[in-house]
Design a protein. Structure first.
Lengths: 519, 250
């Protein structure tokens, strides 16, 4: 039984940093997996990055000082032979992404500092993606998209994913939706490159083996004009995940496990590198989920070594040449965490912090009012396929309102067209309809971050007619943050969970372990 | 280290300097029960000869072109806990405001910390006001975590706050504070959010890396702000880069 293999919830799954980063699942194996604070060699050869035997000499150079992936990417971007954690380096930027929330402010700073007539450093390296507040009657929100459009026209920006007709997103062929997913789908995420974006979840792109991190308006204004930014090289934490992924777990469970372990500040200023046989087995969207939430641990960036899965995804998406880099065998990691994925259970992050980890089954008495499936974290095609799998397995109807917001126009199309395995050819949308979910909404960031009051599925004021005064608004969500007020109402309670757990919870009206339906 | 001395006295006519951050000066200095060891008094008196002023990248031009070195901040403090994320500092519904537009900059200030739960019975900016009466925010660990929205330090700065003193910061918030020059993100050596209470009268002395709580009479060590200090003082990275000749002046 899975439950008998799992330590009690209060027990660390792997040792804390104070325990010198040892990793073990049980006392019997701890000695063989022991490692020192500065790991100077691989502990277990089974976790070696898959591409290492194919590396070109130029990829790593003659290795005098071993470097991690993140250090190598930053060394190349700063035209240095080597960099060390703590070095402040002027880093050349391959892609700068901004959106409707931070774009107007970044543009304002760019114009103020470089001049009204200034041109961006490279019109093909600026990617502008309206996605946050799109389907709203908020005039200022609509104006902000207009500001983006004017700027893109004036600067002849090559990649601007515009939306003009808000009444029907489908008549806007350029419109994509959630920026981090659109960046990947449109081929802007490439191994070995540097991607900066005015959004904390820019780190999602680390799934492609690139350095990707979020910056503010002022830094973005600087990059728009200069094409580079002063960055500090972060030290790297390494997470080795081995074992076959059980059929009730998703990457969301893995990252919730890690954040619960190292806390919401455990990776502050640090890079998080994910390796191991489990990571190798994940598809690109699942890898993106893993990297997406490194910022919830305070991380500067997350990286996954590119491999054949990466290259397959990139086929036909980009014509820009890229070069993958990998951590050297002797690279120094600040610490290394290991875990055996086969022993994990479905998790949630309870209100009001992403590190407030609990087993989903421990929260089975928590009554919920709604379920939300969407965002850059949990609104990708694979996320909807996962939710559909649970609905299909149960054959029942949802007991609470279940909101579905595909991240991008492509995801929306997939939801309406791809057959769900084992369903006899049904699409996700058909399965969702049969289960009684709300109709999939127009792609955008939606209610993940609350947004304007008229945002679809936003947690607004609890309605006295339907809720007791003492009862809180409780949502199980596949999104990334559950701080107070994140999805709208300040007193709303958000349980972060995988699409499996979210769908299972929708079916029961309580936080529910998906094994109830998937076993 | 003794924080108390029964012999130190404070001139009765002492008036605290107020920076442009401080909207309400204490009505009576004599009511302070603060005392300190001997060296404190002279240093304190030195700081009151300066006129602290923060220059901010986003802020509308100050009426006076004169800016002087910010060496201390004085005023009421507002105390929050751990992991105050950017949604609590400035909820996402207000992110339609563009910080680089002066009128919207002011509006952002009126919403500063409006996302704190109802358990915070005292609001940071009172309803109907655009400025806070608290010039210093005291927080716990990981202040400013969450989103990369620069609106967060901007809202705090626009509300009139001069500094945040927290145990630690989330990376992007710290960087955005420095890049904009909106607020000084200072780190405390100890857990001040459990030592101070909202409404306490405090002074932050930058040069001394010290926070004095005049209400309780205690003093605390802060971590040096280091190279980030001059950048904030100049008014952000662009202003600093021009001031130091890194980029041409316009």
């Amino acid at each position: 039984m899975a439950s008998s293999l799992v330590p009690p919830p209060s027990t660390s799954f792997f040792h804390t940093k104070k325990d010198l980063n040892l990793s073990a699942f049980s006392s019997s194996s701890s000695s063989s997996q022991r490692c020192h604070k500065h790991v100077s060699k691989k502990i277990c050869c089974s976790v070696a990055a898959p591409q290492q035997t194919q590396r070109q000499p130029s990829t790593t150079g003659s290795v005098k000082t071993a470097m991690t992936m993140t250090e190598k990417i930053m060394a190349r971007a700063s035209e240095k032979a080597q960099v060390r954690p703590g070095d402040n380096i002027w880093t050349n930027v391959d892609i700068l992404m901004t959106h409707d929330v931070c774009g107007p402010g970044s543009i304002g700073i760019f114009k103020k500092e470089f001049g009204e007539d200034a041109k961006v450093w490279d019109r093909e390296k600026v990617v502008i993606i309206p996605d946050h507040y799109i389907f709203t009657s908020d005039e200022r929100a609509n104006r902000n998209v207009d500001i983006l459009r004017d700027f893109c026209n004036e600067q002849d920006i090559k990649y601007f994913y515009d939306i003009k007709d808000l009444s029907n997103f489908k008549v806007n062929p350029d419109y994509k939706g959630v920026c981090h997913i659109a960046l990947a789908q449109e081929g802007h995420c490439r191994p070995g490159e540097v991607l900066l974006g005015t959004d904390s979840h820019t780190c999602t792109a680390g799934a492609f083996g690139q350095f990707a991190t979020g910056i503010g308006n002022t830094d973005a204004g600087f990059v728009l004009g200069a094409g580079k930014l002063l960055l500090k090289v972060p030290p790297t934490l390494r997470f080795v995940m081995d074992g076959e992924m059980p059929n009730y777990l998703l990457a969301k469970d893995l990252i919730l496990q890690i954040i619960g372990e190292i806390t919401v500040a455990g990776a502050t200023y640090k890079s998080m590198e994910f390796v191991g046989s489990t990571v190798e087995s994940l598809n690109m969207e699942e890898r993106m989920t893993l990297c997406n939430m490194v910022v919830e641990a305070g991380g500067k960036n997350g990286v996954i070594p590119p491999d054949s899965v990466t290259y397959k995804y990139l086929e036909g998406k980009t014509s820009v040449p890229y070069e993958s880099v990998y951590s050297d065998q002797q690279a120094r990691f600040l610490s290394e965490y290991r875990f055996d994925v086969t022993k994990l259970e479905p998790l949630v992050a309870k209100p009001h912090s992403p590190d407030n980890r609990a087993l989903a089954r421990e929260c089975k008495d928590v009554k919920i009012n709604r379920v939300y499936i969407g965002s850059c974290t949990g609104g990708k095609t694979e996320d909807f396929m996962a939710a559909a799998k649970v609905f299909l397995a149960s054959g029942k109807k949802v007991k609470v309102p279940t909101f579905l917001v595909p991240a991008t126009q492509k995801v929306w199309m997939d939801v309406y067209s791809l057959p769900v395995p084992g369903s006899g050819g049904k699409t996700c949308s058909q399965i969702f309809e049969e289960a009684g979910c709300d109709t999939p909404a127009s792609p955008s960031c939606g209610a993940c971050l609350g947004g304007p009051k008229d945002t679809y599925a936003r947690m607004n004021e609890p309605q006295a007619s339907s809720l007791l005064l003492s009862q809180h608004f409780v949502c199980v969500s596949t999104t990334n943050r559950n701080f107070p007020g994140r999805m709208g109402h300040r007193e709303g309670e958000i349980y972060l969970a995988s699409p499996y757990t979210a769908a299972a919870s929708a079916l029961t009206g309580y936080v529910t372990d998906p094994r109830e339906f998937l076993q | 280290m003794a924080f108390f001395s029964s012999t130190a006295t404070i001139p009765q006519n002492l008036t605290f300097v107020s920076s442009n951050k401080l909207s309400s000066s204490p009505s009576s200095t004599t009511s302070f029960n603060f005392v300190s060891f001997p060296s404190f008094q002279s240093k304190f008196c030195k700081t009151i000869t300066t006129s602290p002023q923060i220059t901010r990248a986003h802020a509308p031009p100050a009426p006076s072109t004169e800016t002087t070195t910010a060496s201390s901040f004085h005023g009421l403090c507002y105390v929050v806990g751990d992991n105050i994320d950017t949604d609590q500092i400035i909820p996402a519904e207000h992110l339609t405001l563009v910080p680089s537009k002066p009128d919207e900059y002011q509006k952002l200030g009126s919403f500063a910390l409006i996302g704190l739960p109802d358990s915070y019975t005292v609001r940071f900016v009172e309803s109907g006001e655009t400025k806070t009466k608290y010039s210093i925010i005291i927080g716990g660990a990981n202040f400013g975590c969450g989103s990369s929205r620069e609106h967060a330090p901007v809202a705090l700065g626009a509300s009139g706050a001069a500094a945040v003193v927290a145990e630690s910061y989330a990376r992007i918030f710290f960087r955005n504070s420095v890049a904009t020059g909106e607020v000084y993100p200072l780190e405390s050596e100890t857990r001040l959010c459990e030592e101070c209470r909202t409404g306490d009268v405090v002074t932050v002395e930058l040069a001394e890396n010290r926070l004095i709580n005049h209400t309780t009479g205690k003093e605390y060590q802060l971590k040096p702000i280091g190279d980030a200090g001059p950048v904030i003082e100049a008014g952000g990275i662009f202003a600093y880069a021009r001031k130091t000749g890194m980029i041409p002046t316009r």
